[in-house]
Write a protein that binds this ligand. Structure first.
Ligand code: AMP
Ligand code: MG
Length: 352
């Protein structure tokens, strides 16, 4: 056990003294959880093997699931990557700082533990003011996966981090709610055309606007694990983001989804199970007396991304046995939402 110190920091005007205190902890090999624009991250000095090992330990993360390395300065990508292809440079100019992670050939500087032994390193420059200032003050690249226990929904508030990691990490920076609510887009730019490995806030359409061609790996759609896919994106074979309750994802046209969920809910209820329904605002009223939580609005899918992990955690707090979740259209940010839901689901049901 370590005593976890919570530092409240206002993202609008980060208190530099508190930031420097946390930055020193990182430099000295400690672990600091901090807000980013995607989800909360659990940071350590990416160049310090022992510190990075501890990230895997406290999260209970499989050692073959590599970490994303965060930088505060665009130019630092050249310290971490052996080469930066021209296509990557264009993406960096367009989307950094922001929720886009690039896979690049790794330099000698990056220890094998950080990349899980791979020849590539995942790099991102976050836009969140606290994340930026923490990394800048630490003056080292910061390896940071999401600050949750492996397999659990990613944390979108400091409270979620506290639930999973209190007593295991030195510092938790509470900077309020995150912006996007889903993890960064991960793009492999070592191949031509580049390949999307994890959908996120930067959409395929936005990437294609800059690059022309972008392939979408089946693993990004989370359409069932493909053996070949696993070699490319090792961490992506694990069940992820899962609440404790059994999650049943229902996909299809909205009205067919509603009908199927009503039918499934009645069935589980008959078995004496406590059922939660994760619905969009437009259809939430169709489920009668079940425990219904509104995750966001179908007409504005970014609100669904933002509410997704929080809602899954809320159902756990209510001790439901089964969560029936409405699927959304897997385009734009919807692809990121469906990727997370499909990976969290124990069961996927097609309606209509
Ligand atoms: P998280 O731990 O939630 O931040 O997720 C990090 C994601 O980036 C995981 O899905 C990793 O598998 C992926 N990732 C990081 N580095 C690499 C890499 N070198 N090659 C492929 N995927 C990577
Ligand atoms: Mg994660």
């Amino acid at each position: 056990m370590v005593a976890t110190l919570v530092l409240e920091i206002n993202p609008e005007s980060p208190d530099l003294e508190k930031i420097r205190f946390a930055a020193r902890v990182i430099r000295e090999g400690g672990l600091v959880a901090f807000p980013t624009e995607t989800v909360y991250g659990l940071g350590a000095n990416a160049l310090d093997e022992a510190a990075v090992q501890r990230i895997f330990q406290v999260k209970n993360r499989p050692m073959d699931n590599p970490l994303i390395v965060h930088i505060a300065d665009r130019d630092d990508v050249h310290l971490l990557a052996e080469t930066v292809p021209a296509q990557a440079e264009r993406l960096i100019e367009t989307f950094w700082p922001g929720p886009l992670t690039l896979l690049l050939p790794k330099s000698e500087l990056v220890p094998a533990v950080t990349t899980a032994g791979l020849a590539t390193v995942a790099v991102r420059m976050p836009s969140h003011p606290i994340a930026q200032s923490l990394i800048r003050e630490a003056d080292v690249p910061v390896a940071a996966p999401s600050a949750n226990l492996a397999g659990r929904p990613s944390p979108t508030s400091a409270r979620h981090v506290w639930e999973d990691l209190s007593g295991k990490i030195e510092i938790l920076i509470d900077g309020g709610e995150v912006g996007y609510g889903v993890e960064s887009t991960v793009l492999d730019v070592t191949s031509d055309p580049p390949v999307l490995l994890r959908p996120g806030p930067i959409t395929v359409t936005e990437l294609r606007r800059v690059l022309g061609r972008v392939e979408v790996h089946p693993i990004a759609r989370a359409e069932m694990p493909v053996e070949a896919a696993i070699a490319k994106a090792p961490g992506m074979k694990y069940r992820h983001y899962a609440p404790r309750a059994e999650l049943v994802l229902v996909e299809g046209p909205p009205q067919a989804v509603v009908a199927k969920i009503r039918e499934l809910a009645a069935g589980y209820d008959g078995e004496g199970k406590r059922v939660g329904i994760m619905a969009v605002a437009e259809t939430a009223a169709e489920y009668g007396l079940a425990l219904v939580k509104v995750v966001g609005e179908r007409r504005n899918p970014r609100t669904i991304a933002k509410g997704l992990f929080r809602t899954l955690r809320e159902f756990d707090a209510e001790n439901v046995n089964v969560i029936l979740a409405e699927g959304v259209e897997p385009t734009g940010i919807g692809l990121a939402i469906m990727n997370r839901l499909r990976k969290a689901a124990a069961n996927i049901v097609r309606a209509g």
